[in-house]
Write a protein that binds this ligand. Structure first.
Ligand SMILES: Nc1nc2c(c(=O)[nH]1)N[C@H]1C(S)=C(S)[C@@H](COP(=O)(O)O)O[C@H]1N2
Ligand SMILES: [Mo]
Length: 317
């Protein structure tokens, strides 16, 4: 890290971004806005008073020992300040500073489409009804960085079982909240043309897989807004963009749904998007990944290390 400190302030190669660099960048960002100590308080920041997240009911949940409880977790502050959430900003380090207007309670979730038991249920209620647990998963972004995160949540399959999908339901479509007044990225010049609201999809067997979670928190507390409060998907063997944040709609459908990123770039972000070191992104290799907090570069594993559990879903691959 010493070598990074000696570099000019503006020079931070992607491969060497470290926690220190991340925080140094934020200070630079605040300076560039021309905000002094007084100005900083004008930024929508996370403060206990400003938090609109529901009170932590039941957190922390019991860690499930079957899912790598001993792995070294990613530094929590890095996981909370290096975020892809384009509804707020394209700039990972700005996302959390722009969440001030985003309200996450109440949070009705609509479950509809080809099922016997459509329903609307609040995210807070799910936390009290579902078998909540904590699981440590690897998380791999298509941009070739990775983290190890302790998610709080429940298997999506448990909610699907309540909804009772019909046999025709072969896929599930998910949608994020559509709130241009709370999501500045939805109307900013560079992203206003994107096909909002953010939407994603899974095959039914992928959605039913025991690894697929709906997460309402991480690091033993409710989900921070920038990480997808109050409820998000986590599909650990697929690239991060499949793990849609701040979900308000879950719909059972017969045909493979379009996705947000597939619509923007079908060759770069196909529907399936399983982590695979041998299939490069058209513009970069996927053979290795940068561990976000240490800056280490490690080899990427097939299905992000979950091949034993999920390879059977992809017999032709
Ligand atoms: N609604 C929504 N969900 C989203 C995104 C987004 O921009 N909007 N970004 C995705 C991408 S590219 C990644 S890598 C992860 C990042 O999750 P994290 O900030 O908790 O690490 O969220 C995914 N889910
Ligand atoms: Mo990502």
């Amino acid at each position: 890290m010493a070598n990074i400190v000696r570099r000019p302030d503006w020079y931070i190669p992607e491969s060497q971004v470290t926690p220190e660099a991340v925080f140094r960048n934020r200070r630079r960002f605040i300076r560039e806005l021309g905000l002094g100590a007084a100005g900083i308080s004008l930024l929508p920041q996370i403060s206990p008073a400003a938090e609109t997240a529901p009170p932590p009911k039941g957190y922390p949940f019991k860690r499930n020992a079957a899912f790598n409880p001993g792995w070294k977790l990613t530094d929590q502050q890095v996981a909370e300040s290096y975020n892809n959430f384009y509804e707020f900003s394209l700039d990972k380090e700005q996302v959390r500073l722009l969440t001030g207007k985003f309200t996450t309670s109440p949070w009705p979730i609509e479950i509809k489409g080809l099922c016997e038991n459509p329903m609307t249920i609040d995210a807070e209620e799910l936390v009290t009804q579902m078998p909540m647990e904590e699981r440590v998963y690897r998380f791999r972004c298509v941009e070739a960085w990775s983290m190890i995160v302790p998610w709080s949540g429940f298997p999506l399959s448990k909610l699907i079982e309540k909804a009772k999908p019909k046999p025709e339901a072969k896929f599930i479509r998910f949608e994020t909240a559509n709130r241009p007044e709370q999501f500045p990225g939805m109307t900013s010049p560079r992203t206003a043309r994107y096909p909002w609201p953010y939407f994603e999809g899974l095959r039914m067997d992928e959605a039913m897989h025991p690894l697929t979670l709906l997460a309402t928190g991480f690091y033993g507390k409710p989900m921070p807004k920038q990480n997808g409060a109050p409820i998000r998907l986590v599909v650990p063997w697929k690239y991060g963009y499949k793990s849609i944040k701040s979900v308000v709609k879950i719909e059972f459908v017969a045909a493979q749904p379009k996705t947000f990123w597939e619509t923007l770039g079908p060759d770069e972000y196909p529907f399936e998007s399983n982590v695979n070191p041998k299939v490069p992104h058209p513009r970069w290799s996927q053979a290795t990944e940068r561990v976000v907090d240490t800056g280490d570069r490690i080899r990427t594993q097939l299905y992000n290390g979950y091949a034993d559990q999920v390879a059977k879903l992809y017999p032709g691959a």
